[in-house]
Design a protein around this ligand. Structure first.
Ligand SMILES: *Cc1c(COP(=O)(O)O)cnc(C)c1O
Length: 369
């Protein structure tokens, strides 16, 4: 008799120990499970863009389908030129990813191996431990301070095995924010041979007065990798496109290990057009500001605690979150439980359109009785 699990049992122990990433429940899945029509379901679970994508990006994506039978430009010439122009960096400083999740993965591929370690914060993005452990490296989770990064403790956690420090700013799933000067001071204290991955997936949602220029720091900190994405504010989550900016030697190493065609023809074309449509990003940020005010006002009126957030989502304390979530699902409302992050009393809610936010607020009111 063949035993189909034999090969699986031979996978490295660090692979067998992995828990898969838990994504937001797709609308189609909840429709299948409950019989609620898809059109009656609202999803506020994956920090997706409620305004979709720029019409210019969409038109470019549709036009690019004509080239869908050809391999993409593995060097992403047009996209890198657009990014280099926008940020004043060299094209040799760029790494393009299939989403910024890919950029994070590529960084761990290039810099981690068994015996190495990576440092990240408690309540930070689930991909950091996952990608670290997948390399057979050690993940060091540093206790959070007010649900955010404790940079002093993270500095203290760095030892001679540490090759990467991950910082998400704003952070996901808690939405906390570190000022530019806090991060710059941290960079100055990190050993030069440790890569700092500054994950700025939500940077476009920051108000002007909180902005800082991390890409500008790369010239002074050759151990800094700034990771950005077009999947959140730019609305290309389904097309997948992210990028990293770093010293050319860091970018070169990362470009050696990534898949040669990791960004599709359609994603690259959409990204070039999306980067040019700044008016769209302003609209997205404005919708987010209003939605954040709408949700937090409702939380206040319900007497609920929330973590002040600088992203396109907010995490709220509801008590028995598993039970509240079940009630929300039964009402056709999908949000994100964060028990997997060690926050069983909290739910993360993505800011959506005003009427979608309202559907959630009404459902939450009923769920809480
Ligand atoms: C969403 C997210 C990403 C990755 O998103 P992509 O869709 O892969 O670009 C990276 N970091 C954080 C903190 C995120 O929340």
């Amino acid at each position: 008799m063949t035993n189909p699990a034999r090969a699986a049992s031979r996978a490295p122990a660090h692979i067998q120990a992995l828990s898969p990433y838990q994504p937001g429940k797709p609308i189609s899945e909840l429709a299948r499970e409950t019989g609620i029509p898809e059109t009656d379901i609202v999803k506020l679970a994956s920090n997706e863009n409620p305004l979709g994508m720029s019409q210019k990006a969409k038109a470019a994506a549709i036009a690019a389908l004509e080239e869908g039978a050809r391999y993409p430009d593995g060097n992403a010439f047009a996209l890198k030129a657009a990014l280099a122009r926008k940020y004043g960096v060299g094209t040799d400083q760029l790494v393009i990813g299939n989403g910024s999740n890919d950029v994070l993965e590529i960084a761990t591929q290039a810099f981690l191996s068994p015996g190495a370690s990576a440092v990240f914060a408690q309540y930070s993005f689930a991909v950091y431990p996952l990608a670290t452990l997948a390399r057979g490296a050690l993940g060091k989770s540093v206790p959070a301070k007010n649900y955010g990064h404790d940079l002093d403790a993270m500095r203290a956690a760095i030892d001679e095995t540490t090759r990467i420090v991950f910082i998400a700013n704003p952070n996901n799933p808690t939405g906390t924010f570190l000022t530019g000067s806090e991060i710059e001071a941290f960079l100055a204290r990190v050993p030069e041979d440790v890569l700092v991955v500054l994950d700025e997936a939500y940077t476009e949602f920051l108000p002007a007065e909180m902005r800082y220029d991390a890409i500008g720091w790369v010239a002074g900190f050759p151990n800094l990798l700034v990771s950005r994405t077009l999947c959140k504010a730019y609305g290309l989550a389904g097309l997948r496109l992210g990028y990293g900016v770093a010293h050319p030697e860091i970018a070169d190493l990362m470009n050696r290990v990534r898949q040669p065609f990791n960004a599709s023809v359609v994603a690259q074309a959409a990204a070039v057009a999306a980067l040019e449509d700044e008016a769209f990003i302003e609209k997205v940020a404005e919708n987010n500001r209003q939605g954040m005010a709408q949700l937090t006002a409702a939380f206040a009126s319900l007497g609920l605690e929330w973590i002040p957030s600088f992203g396109n989502f907010v995490t709220v304390k509801v008590g028995d979150a598993a039970k509240v979530n079940q009630s929300l699902l039964a009402q056709g409302v999908i949000v994100r439980p964060v028990a997997g992050y060690g926050m069983p009393e909290w739910l993360r809610v993505s800011i959506c359109l005003p009427e979608e936010n309202e559907r959630f607020i009404e459902a939450l009111r009923r769920a809480l009785g």
